[in-house]
Write a protein that binds this ligand. Structure first.
Ligand SMILES: C[S@@+](CC[C@H](N)C(=O)[O-])C[C@H]1O[C@@H](n2cnc3c(N)ncnc32)[C@H](O)[C@@H]1O
Length: 189
């Protein structure tokens, strides 16, 4: 990925000011106050300690610089079906198991405020899914369903009913699911 990013930077003629480095988000290899601004996107949902990652972003950003974090709120996942009870258990299982920190999006306002950032602002962007095959892939639904049945969150019968409804909806071109992405920005004091 680094090699591909470097190639694209060369093609875009931005290598004079763009470099790519790999590092752990909770231990950034940069001096304090190094950058004018710092951002990440769909990173915090993977982290066990997102507050530490945010404090690292704040550390490496200069005073007055913007820090911008966009992340999923898997707790907002909603998939249209008449089987609403099973769907709620399904969505809850996905939020708790699909990534390490599935409720990351809704935590961002609290994290940025507690980090002491100024001028904190929020935008919420809803992602619609109308392609059933793409939704299954993007939300790793095959794996989630296997694990949900093993854990007892869903029964095989729940899944049969959900699948029948979603496949019917897909055939009728009316499949619909949605997920909220939460963007929060603030400036370092
Ligand atoms: C869903 S991807 C988003 C990547 C990027 N925002 C994009 O649009 O391509 C999540 C990324 O977080 C990275 N990641 C996960 N844990 C990390 C950590 N502790 N430190 C740094 N990166 C991490 C993964 O390697 C992956 O590239």
């Amino acid at each position: 990925m680094i090699a591909e990013a470097e190639k694209r930077a060369r093609e875009a003629e931005v290598t004079a000011w763009v470099t790519h480095k790999q590092a752990d988000a909770i231990a950034l290899p940069f001096e304090a106050d190094h950058f004018d601004a710092c951002r990440c996107e769909r990173l915090f949902e993977h982290l066990h300690d997102p507050a530490k990652a945010l404090s690292e972003m704040a550390r490496v950003t200069r005073s007055g610089g913007w820090i911008v974090v966009l992340d999923s709120d898997w707790g907002s996942l909603s998939i249209d079906t008449i089987e609403t009870d099973a769907e709620r258990r399904y969505a809850r299982f996905l939020a708790a198991n699909i990534v390490n920190n599935g409720y990351s999006g809704r935590q961002l306002y609290r994290l940025l405020r507690r980090q002491g950032l100024m001028d904190v602002m929020v935008q919420i962007c809803g992602i619609p899914f109308t392609d059933y095959a793409f939704a299954r892939k993007a939300m790793i639904m095959d794996r989630a369903e296997r694990e949900a049945v093993v854990s007892g969150a869903l029964t095989g019968q729940d899944l049969d009913l959900l699948h029948a409804g979603w496949e019917q909806a897909n055939g009728d071109a009316v499949f619909f699911a949605s997920l909220s992405m939460i963007l929060v920005a603030g400036r370092k004091p």
